[in-house]
Design a binder for this molecule. Structure first.
Ligand code: GTR
Length: 330
């Protein structure tokens, strides 16, 4: 199935690019060329979501709006692409909410440990009024938010031992995204947080600079982390979504009709991404088990939830209204 997706993606990319490969991103012959970044490979659900958006845009604009998707962090790490998007060098950027919390702290509400009860709860929150409200804060920082993709639950994995309780995490060097809330979360559990970019994790695990990391099943597997970090414990400490950002600098130069079309294409790609996501989670889990990895699913989460109190105290005290609103969403 992945091979089929990859082939489709390559075909879409080729169809979407004739004659514009070396474009500066500015309109040529009336065409609008949009540069899009993702740090996952072509077959990953988020990149596939962007490719869906690209093909819809091309179809609906009759070939006038061309979106070129650059996968596998070709345009830089998340932190770099976020800066480039703000500067208008990248038009569209699919990133995780964790690094965005460094720019728009209100988004910490979506990154807080155990804030969402389930995938459905998260969908209702991010797709509803709360999601729209938080997206508005992006504009003053140079971004327009187009929608949220799924990223499932994040859990710990490591190369040393299987984790059955918090004490098993003690002293382990765990890579985290460059986001204070993640650093504090790992500290609160007695492990040592090591912030580094996603692209460095594979080698860092191999050479033993870190002993573990935390992520969803698909990232653990597609990035090859499972080859070294063979113990995964489904503690599900966060369910932080992905977001599609558009550069405000570039957005403001587009006509209202084109803005509408782009929003519509992004929205239409969301259910597609979420469907692929579900499949990818089970495929990744199966692949890791077949490779002999150990997965712990029956962990008591109560002590983990309890241990997160300092994280809430430090990061959520100004977010009480949003947190209440999230909890009230059914
Ligand atoms: C993944 C996410 C990536 C990146 C990565 C990380 O779940 O899809 O964009 O944020 O986590 O841990 O850096």
């Amino acid at each position: 199935m992945l091979k089929k997706l990859q082939l489709t993606s390559i075909i879409i990319l080729i169809l979407a690019t004739p004659g514009i490969l070396f474009s500066s991103g500015r309109p040529e012959n009336g065409k609008i060329i949009l540069k899009a970044a993702d740090d996952h490979e072509l077959s990953y659900p988020t990149t596939q979501g962007l490719l869906k958006m690209a093909s819809l845009l091309k179809e609906w604009s009759k070939g006038r709006i061309i979106m070129i998707v650059y996968p596998s962090a070709q345009l830089g790490s998340e932190r770099e692409t976020i800066a480039k998007t703000r500067a208008g060098e990248i038009d569209i950027n699919r990133v995780n909410i964790n690094p965005v919390t460094q720019i728009v702290p209100q988004f910490k509400a979506f990154a807080l440990p155990y804030i969402f009860r389930s995938a459905e709860h998260m969908h209702h929150v991010v797709d509803g009024e709360i999601g729209k409200k938080l997206m508005k804060y992006l504009e003053a920082k140079g971004f327009v938010g187009l929608g949220f993709y799924d990223s499932g639950q994040r859990s710990f994995y490591n190369s040393v031992r299987s984790i059955h309780s918090i004490k098993d995490l003690k002293g382990l060097k765990i890579r985290v995204q460059k986001a204070e809330i993640m650093i504090d979360m790992v500290k609160a559990l007695g492990a040592i947080p090591i912030p580094m970019s996603f692209e460095e994790v594979y080698t860092a695990l191999r050479i033993g600079v870190i002993q573990g990391a935390e992520n969803n099943y698909p990232s653990w597997v597609t990035k090859g982390h499972f080859e070294t970090a063979r113990y995964y414990t489904q503690d599900e400490h966060s369910r932080v979504p992905e977001i599609i950002l558009f550069s405000k600098k570039r957005w403001d130069k587009l006509s209202a009709e084109d803005q509408k079309l782009i929003r519509k294409a992004a929205e239409a790609s969301i259910p597609y991404q979420r469907e692929l996501w579900e499949k990818m989670v089970s495929e990744s889990k199966e692949k890791a088990l077949a490779a002999g990895c150990e997965i712990v699913t029956n962990i008591d989460k109560k002590p983990f939830i309890e241990a997160m109190k300092p994280v809430y105290k430090k990061h959520a005290s100004e977010l009480q209204d949003i947190i209440k609103a999230i909890q009230n969403v059914q």
